[in-house]
Write a protein that binds this ligand. Structure first.
Ligand SMILES: CC(C)=CCC/C(C)=C/CC/C(C)=C/CC/C(C)=C/CC/C(C)=C/CC/C(C)=C/CC/C(C)=C/COP(=O)(O)OP(=O)(O)O
Ligand SMILES: O=P(O)(O)OC[C@@H](O)CO
Ligand SMILES: [Mg+2]
Length: 240
């Protein structure tokens, strides 16, 4: 597996183009010491609000990636592009159908060196992304592990993303998934509302994604950066 530059990321803030963010908050996020700002959301994402947020983040040195949730939002100018593929849905459109349609349109323009697929396993039934994609969230441990093995060992995706957006997940399960991966980097996101949960997630996953708390409690959000960076990850390193 190629060592992508983002394999060193431990902490990431996810900002939603469909939500307002003040200059002060954006400044605090971009200068927080986070490894990257990931732009993405599951609804209301347009070309215009994506470009607007990107151009504001671009004033800072922090890495800036786009998680492409719809072909209309694919905008040039990001450091990296992440393409979600939902593994735990029976609706093939969300696994590969929409992505294939987008490749028909954008194929020749895609910066492949900086574009990577994410194998999404969505586990919070109340998340907008779960509803949208018809994700089968009530999975037992063996089935979650099987989805992760599919992504890592058969599809050889560079990222497995355990997504609990809006709710803190089962860290034992996250750690078990991470221990089974040999090539993919494990991203965890969902319900991190401060330093304590950030530390737990940082033990169990290679990369910790922090989203909604930026909008709800900026101070607590900022504390997650140090918490993640000071925590030893129990999983094997993916940086080499
Ligand atoms: C030069 C140029 C134009 C460059 C760009 C080229 C490029 C890289 C093009 C991309 C081509 C491509 C293959 C695009 C794919 C498009 C596509 C339709 C993908 C489908 C993605 C997908 C499965 C979406 C479903 C929803 C989902 C999983 C979104 C991921 C993000 C997420 C879960 C955010 C959380 O959302 P949020 O709103 O915050 O949720 P809460 O309310 O719970 O907080
Ligand atoms: O917004 P939260 O719950 O922090 O989740 C982060 C991220 O995984 C969302 O895609
Ligand atoms: Mg969100």
């Amino acid at each position: 597996m190629q060592a992508y530059p983002f394999f060193t990321w431990r902490h990431v803030f996810k900002l939603d183009p469909d939500r307002e963010i003040s200059e002060e908050t954006l400044d605090a996020v971009c200068t927080s010491g986070t490894d990257a700002v990931l732009v993405g959301g599951s609804s209301g994402v347009t070309f215009d609000n994506t470009v607007e947020l990107m151009s504001r983040i671009r004033r800072y040195e922090v890495d800036c990636a786009l998680e492409v949730s719809g072909s209309e939002a694919a905008a040039p100018g990001f450091d990296y592009y992440f393409i979600p593929m939902v593994l735990n849905t029976s609706q093939i459109d969300w696994l590969s159908g929409k992505q294939t349609a987008a490749l028909r349109e954008y194929g020749p323009f895609i910066p492949w060196e900086t574009t990577a697929a994410e194998g999404y396993i969505i586990l919070n039934p109340d998340a907008e992304a779960a509803r949208l994609t018809g994700a089968q969230t009530g999975l037992d441990e063996r089935t979650v592990l099987a989805h992760a093995l599919m992504a890592d060992k058969l599809m050889r995706l560079p990222i497995v993303y355990l997504e609990y957006s809006g709710r803190f997940g089962d860290m034992d399960l996250v750690c078990k998934v991470g221990s089974e991966l040999s090539g993919a980097r494990l991203f965890y996101g969902g319900g991190i509302d401060g330093a304590d949960k950030a530390r737990q997630a940082a033990e169990a996953a290679h990369t910790v994604v922090v989203g909604n708390v930026v909008y709800d409690n900026l101070e607590a959000a900022l504390q997650t950066v140090r918490a993640v960076k000071d925590t030893f990850c129990l999983l094997p390193s993916k940086t080499n």
